[in-house]
Design a binder for this molecule. Sequence first.
Ligand SMILES: *[C@@H]1O[C@H](CO)[C@@H](O)[C@H](O)[C@H]1NC(C)=O
Ligand SMILES: *[C@@H]1O[C@H](CO)[C@@H](O)[C@H](O)[C@H]1NC(C)=O
Length: 331
Amino acid sequence: MKSHSLLAAAAALAANVHLVQAHCFIWGVFVNGVDQGTFRAIRTPAYNGPPPRGYANSPVKDLNSIDMRCNVLGDKQVPHTIKVQPGDNLTFDWHHDNRTAADDVIADSHHGPAMVYLSPDPPAENSFVKIWEKGLYELGSEPFAPGKWATTADIAKNGGHMNVRVPAGLKAGQYLIRAEMVGLHEADASYEKVPWRGAQFYPNCVQIEVVGDGTVELPEGVSFPGAYKYSDPGVLYDVYCSTDKTRTATAPCTTTYQIPGPTVWSGAWPDTTQVAVGPVSGEVKNTRWNSWITKSVVTTATFVGNTPMVIATSTYTASWSARYVAPTAAA
Ligand SMILES: *[C@@H]1O[C@H](CO)[C@@H](O)[C@H](O)[C@H]1NC(C)=O
Ligand SMILES: *[C@@H]1O[C@H](CO)[C@@H](O)[C@H](O)[C@H]1NC(C)=O
């Protein structure tokens, strides 16, 4: 039995090597169960390669990269902003290939924590405040059984739904929600030392406007990049080792898991509500994206049939405005 588990673990590790394109992001936001529309108000990460590959953002692994803030091209505003009130229950709808119940949401090897941060828009130094997190919540019973994690056992098994509530009394204004999934399947090595491995971060930002007469201001938070370090116990972590009860190796194995970043703000709701959600509005399929980024080069294209005709290329440098600028309406 043991060798069988070892083989399974080895196969899972080998499979991971080919899964670098297989990744999730937010397709929609439900406010109190009502869908706001596919990709509406969401700064969808650009995908890493031309069609027909479809959306496939690669993970952010460089903790010092500006992409840790809102993913690749996350500095680019989108036309809409979702209006919410303090106390509203938000459900982020994470998916992988399409926005359907059959979708796998995230590759089933990508065990890890999930977090939600809130910042005024635009973010500034130390402006991201953690309002929700979930990590390892049940240990595995077999050797090399990774246990139950927020990404694979909770969100993926609940249709891609990640729930968070707008803090009580939050002051009206423009905010960015930074929601994040983390894959730890290669996190036993540090990206800093072994760049082809390391923890995989999937941050995704949503533009919201809080309305009402709330008076609660966000406290000081953390910066992205900056909040996580390569040596953080929740960033350098062996998901298989932690539950390997037969292990005799010298490296310590921990069965607890410390979620990266700060503690959850005391002003956030202590419990999350899993609200029943209504129908999805908008595209559910993987739609064609007209610009993409590969190795910091942004390509914009039009299509003749399925053949991309490149209009322009440019080098990507994130440029975050220091003050809020209202987005211009969609064409
Ligand atoms: C959010 O969920 C909580 C807990 O179920 C509920 O009491 C509250 O009324 C909900 N908020 C809204 C605005 O529906
Ligand atoms: C969703 O994506 C999967 C995987 O690519 C595919 O098999 C399935 O047909 C898709 N479903 C829809 C409705 O597009």
